[in-house]
Design a protein around this ligand. Structure first.
Ligand SMILES: *Cc1c(COP(=O)(O)O)cnc(C)c1O
Length: 234
């Protein structure tokens, strides 16, 4: 298989897993938006999936790198929804507010205020608050109670629309624990973001997206399973 065929195979392997988990858990596939994490991907690989019309929501974790890529004419010619998913430094907030449609990893009021000030007029920047699921100091995000308070504060900031939670599962956690962590966050999400309005719960990455979708994720973030060098099994 050539590279293009591998990429297309990877994509459909992920699609098939998503369909299977929807069927298993009684969810509608259309409730789920695949966020293709392009941060480590080669330009040509990203272009291949864009040209085939297979991906629309993309995730980047470095502002500078994302700007260089997504403002270049060939990338800018595609109609994409751009999500920032990394740690946002306050001094990069202005650039982020211009390039991105979503900041999925907000965990700090000062950064939120900087974003709010910098959002171009007429634009609404969607934001998700990142929740920390472990006690590890190295993980970004806020403990759930603080995250919930930040959501209430963000509702007051012009230019921003707070519409959900994002979280990264602790590495190497057993499946049972993942189910439990995701389920707890889903309950808070349902309470804080009523159904019927625009809302996103972004849980799950390449290794745990099936569990995450089973537990209610609507925006799984998938990088390596899409862009791996080798073929993902169908
Ligand atoms: C890199 C990254 C991903 C994608 O991880 P994979 O395991 O490659 O799918 C998802 N979410 C965040 C926040 C990331 O930084």
């Amino acid at each position: 298989m050539n590279r293009e065929e591998i990429l297309i195979n990877n994509f459909y392997a992920v699609q098939n897993s998503l369909s299977a988990v929807c069927q298993k858990s009684g969810r509608e596939p259309k409730e789920i938006t695949l966020l293709a994490v392009t941060k480590y991907a080669q330009d040509q690989d990203v272009l291949t999936l864009l040209q085939k019309g297979l991906i629309k929501h993309i995730g980047e974790s470095r502002v500078q790198q994302a700007l260089a890529r997504w403002t270049s004419p060939v990338f800018a010619s595609f109609n994409t929804v751009k999500h920032f998913i990394g740690h946002l430094q306050k001094n990069k907030a202005a650039k982020a507010a211009q390039l991105f449609d979503f900041v999925d990893s907000l965990d700090d009021l000062h950064t939120a205020q900087a974003l709010s000030k910098a959002v171009p007029s007429g634009k609404t920047l969607r934001v998700l608050v990142q929740v920390k699921l472990t006690d590890k100091e190295t993980q970004s995000g806020l403990p759930l109670d603080q995250a919930r308070r930040l959501v209430q504060t963000l509702k007051e900031l012009p230019g921003l629309k707070v519409c959900g939670y994002m979280a990264i599962a602790p590495q190497g956690a057993p499946k049972e624990q993942l189910h439990q962590l995701f389920r707890t966050l889903k309950q808070a999400f349902d309470a804080d973001f009523p159904a019927g309005k625009e809302r996103y719960l972004s849980l799950g990455m390449s290794e745990d997206f099936e569990i995450a979708v089973e537990e209610g994720s609507s925006l799984p973030r998938i990088g390596s399973k899409l862009f791996a060098e080798h073929l993902e099994g169908l």
